[in-house]
Design a protein around this ligand. Structure first.
Ligand SMILES: Cc1cc2nc3c(=O)[nH]c(=O)nc-3n(C[C@H](O)[C@H](O)[C@H](O)COP(=O)(O)OP(=O)(O)OC[C@H]3O[C@@H](n4cnc5c(N)ncnc54)[C@H](O)[C@@H]3O)c2cc1C
Length: 405
């Protein structure tokens, strides 16, 4: 007999009781150290502690039936409508829950993509551990010559018995240094071009054929890495989708990634509170130009959040290309937050003295958010072509090779 669906009110109350029993109410205490960077890039010892807390919390929520509210019962979900998952996220926002940035790819992006593309055996093997964060995953798409243009991927995989052998290089892999598996895009048909002949795999990161080299960022952290694959192995049963159909797996993953970034907990509005406090501290709490700027950020942030909710409510088959607008509006509004902080602090923003320097971290890390998950320019092209239905951008002819000259 199936359990009756609780009303949304009952469910929300149940969620409040559950989260309240484990976590403290969120405080907006100005004396606490605020986080301004929009990318997770902490010193390694802080990262290790936060990661452990995040994994422990995801396991607790999963075991209590809140880990995959709208996911399928067969994989540990609760089979409730998306509105219940939204309600649960709303409840978590009221509390100081561990940072979910560490598990965002595994939980919010990879799992829904696997639901669409993994065969039943792979789904049964991977979905529960990924969603419960027994396994943490990273995304092995970008390469030195294939970022926006992922169809230029050159990493190769060839079948050797029941295993694929992978050679190549990935770059900008967020969280590679603490991930157990990676969603890998590789060329499996030698000589194939563009998005044909690509296949997706879930590859184990901890193996002799994989070397992870962290990249130091201009903000000081090292949250992403270069990943070298040299004879790395992945069994055929870890293939996601059919051989040669990797492109559609990647496109689904990117749709979910943009949805996750676009709905990123209204980080612009969270920072707006800090900005208002800064304005007051600077004696500009009543200044009309400052108030105009703050009001503008508030209106834009709220409108974008309402629009995103509407997109998600209408999205039947998962988030669509409209989510590119949500990502663009978020980065645009964060740009306004950074600019207003700069107007208030001027050159003090770049002097290493907390908390002023923290605003500098926002300005620098924001550039990463504009690029990761697809750059602003690529987002605009998607909106133009796939939301507004404007003519497609002509694909430039391939650059002449030495041979064709
Ligand atoms: C914080 C962060 C995290 C990331 N995490 C991951 C990860 O976990 N896994 C992963 O695989 N990758 C990751 N990336 C990589 C990211 O996906 C790529 O950096 C991005 O796709 C851009 O590719 P690129 O850096 O090669 O730049 P390019 O594609 O070379 O772009 C350079 C410039 O040209 C513009 N451009 C390129 N093509 C077009 C076009 N057709 N029309 C108009 N303008 C164009 C771009 O907008 C950009 O301004 C991450 C990046 C960042 C910043």
């Amino acid at each position: 007999m199936s359990t009756p669906t609780p009303s949304l009110e009952d469910f929300t109350r149940e969620a409040l009781d559950f989260v309240g029993a484990h976590q403290k109410r969120a405080t907006h205490d100005a004396s606490l150290e605020p986080t301004y960077s929009v990318l997770p890039e902490k010193p390694r010892e802080v990262e290790e502690r936060e990661l452990a807390e995040a994994l422990a919390w995801r396991k607790t929520t999963f075991d209590a039936g809140f880990g995959w509210v709208d996911g399928p019962g067969a994989h540990g979900g609760r089979d409730l409508p998306p509105a219940y998952a939204d309600a649960y996220r709303g409840v978590e926002r009221l509390f100081d829950v561990p940072d979910e940035a560490y598990t965002r790819f595994s939980v919010g992006i990879l799992c829904p993509a696997l639901l669409e593309h993994a065969d039943p055996a792979l789904a049964a093997e991977m979905l529960r551990p990924l969603r419960r964060t027994d396994l943490v995953a990273c995304q092995l798409f970008s390469e030195p010559g294939a970022g926006s243009d992922m169809a230029a991927a050159r990493t190769r995989a060839r079948l050797d018995g029941q295993e694929w052998v992978v050679d190549g290089q990935k770059v900008w892999t967020s969280g590679a240094h603490y991930s157990e598996v990676g969603l890998l895009l590789a060329r499996t048909e030698p000589g194939s071009r563009r998005n044909a002949g690509l296949t997706a795999f879930l590859i184990d990161m901890d193996q002799p054929g994989i070397e992870v080299r962290p990249i130091r960022q201009m903000t000081g952290g090292a949250s992403f890495s270069e990943v070298f694959l040299d004879g790395a192995r992945v069994p055929d049963h870890r293939r996601v989708g059919e051989v040669g159909q990797g492109w559609s797996v990647i496109m689904t993953t990117m749709r979910f990634e943009r949805a996750v970034i676009g709905t990123d907990g209204g980080i612009d509005l969270v920072l707006l509170d800090q900005l208002a406090r800064l304005a007051r501290d600077e004696g500009l709490g009543e200044d009309s130009a400052t108030l105009d700027a703050l009001g503008d950020i508030l209106v834009r942030g709220r409108s974008a959040a309402a629009m995103t909710q509407e997109f998600l409510a209408r999205a039947n088959g998962g988030p669509g290309p409209e989510m590119s607008m949500s990502k663009l509006l978020l980065t645009d509004n964060l740009g306004r937050v950074a600019q207003t902080a700069h107007d208030l602090l001027d050159e003090r923003m770049t002097v290493r003295r907390d908390p002023e320097f923290a605003w500098h971290q926002l300005a620098l890390s924001l550039e990463g958010l504009r690029i990761g998950g697809g750059t602003d320019e690529i987002m605009r092209t998607i909106v133009a072509e796939r939301v507004l239905g404007l003519p497609r951008t002509p694909v430039p002819a391939a650059a002449p090779t030495k041979r064709s000259l």
